[in-house]
Write a protein that binds this ligand. Structure first.
Ligand code: ADE
Ligand code: ZN
Length: 315
């Protein structure tokens, strides 16, 4: 089996439910409404998903909580044959965008990563769109101040329905000047126009999801011609209701049109998925085989926000 490279994974969103429940018990925090009767994260739709995500994150309070979280998440990645992962890290949840606090959280996250040597990790510091452009500016400053061998990217997640990509141009310019790779969630709940704005206004080289570009032929051609890499998370898109099932997901059509793609899990326990499950579903739905998965791994290595030596090792 080809070793896997994952470029789109939210650190808090990857928290195993049992881990969150354990921390809640230690800290005596009431998580009513976060889990269903079977102990899975419970949400009705995307807006509710974001609320439940933020509620679960409340148990993550100290740098050491983040060390333990990072370790638990990477252990799951290792079990799924992942050798390299880029995780979205949110100063909004780690010290409230205060630079000194952020440095402490980051050091703890790096410690947790070092405890799982099977997986090489890099951090993409991520602003949250529905927290607004001012928060994003402070997040970008945290990213720029800590850019280096571990923090190698800057991104944006959150509710794509709020504002436009261009509202966050200052933050992305700041991160670009600091030498960080750039990605933003676009073409998930926003349509093709959101992907265009990401390219024109934020000048990203990768797009989180991007799948709704399929609704616009000229945009698909542009993505293919410009070598923009999509971080596609099929299981996430199906559970969040973008497509009724994986057979209807546009990943195979995008690939056939020459768009560069990678495969990730987004928030695996929320979407009842793993990297192994995503690969198995793509094999079952579209007959993707080992040679195609090797192409996907090569694309991911080339698009990874890492140094040339690490990239060479992944290729
Ligand atoms: N944050 C965590 N998961 C997300 C997703 N799928 N879209 C936007 N923001 C997110
Ligand atoms: Zn995401």
């Amino acid at each position: 089996m080809t070793p896997k490279i994952e470029l789109h994974l939210h650190l808090e969103g990857a928290a195993p439910p049992a881990f969150i429940r354990g921390l809640a018990a230690e800290k005596k925090i009431d998580l009513t409404g976060v889990f269903d009767a079977r102990g899975h994260y419970a949400f009705r739709d995307f807006g509710h998903f974001l609320q439940v995500y933020e509620a679960a994150t409340e148990v993550l309070q100290t740098p050491d909580d983040y060390r333990r979280l990072t370790r638990a998440v990477l252990e799951q990645s290792a079990e799924n044959g992942v050798i390299y992962t880029e995780a979205f890290l949110s100063p909004d949840f780690c010290g409230g965008r205060d630079l000194a606090a952020w440095r402490d959280y980051l050091a703890a996250i790096r410690e947790g990563a070092a405890e799982v040597p099977e997986v090489e990790m890099r951090g993409i510091v991520t602003c949250i769109r529905h927290f607004g452009p001012d928060s994003a500016r402070q997040t970008a400053l945290c990213a720029a101040e800590t850019a280096g061998d571990f923090v190698t990217g800057f991104g944006m997640g959150g509710n794509e329905a709020i504002g436009s990509q261009g509202d966050f141009a200052w933050a992305f310019d700041c991160a670009r000047e600091a030498g960080l790779g750039l990605t933003t969630h676009a073409g998930e709940f926003g349509g093709p126009e959101s992907v265009r704005q990401a390219l024109d206004d934020l000048r990203v080289t990768r797009i989180g999801h991007g799948v709704r570009a399929i609704e616009d032929d000229a945009l698909v051609d542009r993505l293919a011609e410009d070598g923009i890499v999509l971080e596609v998370c099929p299981g996430s898109n199906v559970v969040l209701g973008l497509y009724p099932d994986i057979r209807r997901h546009p990943i195979e059509r995008l690939r056939a049109r020459g768009v560069a793609l990678t495969v990730s899990t987004d928030d695996p326990p929320f979407f009842h998925t793993t990297m192994e499950a995503e690969y198995a579903a793509l094999n079952a739905a579209f007959d993707w085989d080992e040679s195609l998965f090797a192409d996907i791994a090569r694309t991911a290595a080339q698009a990874a926000f890492c140094d040339a030596t690490t990239r060479q090792r992944l290729l």
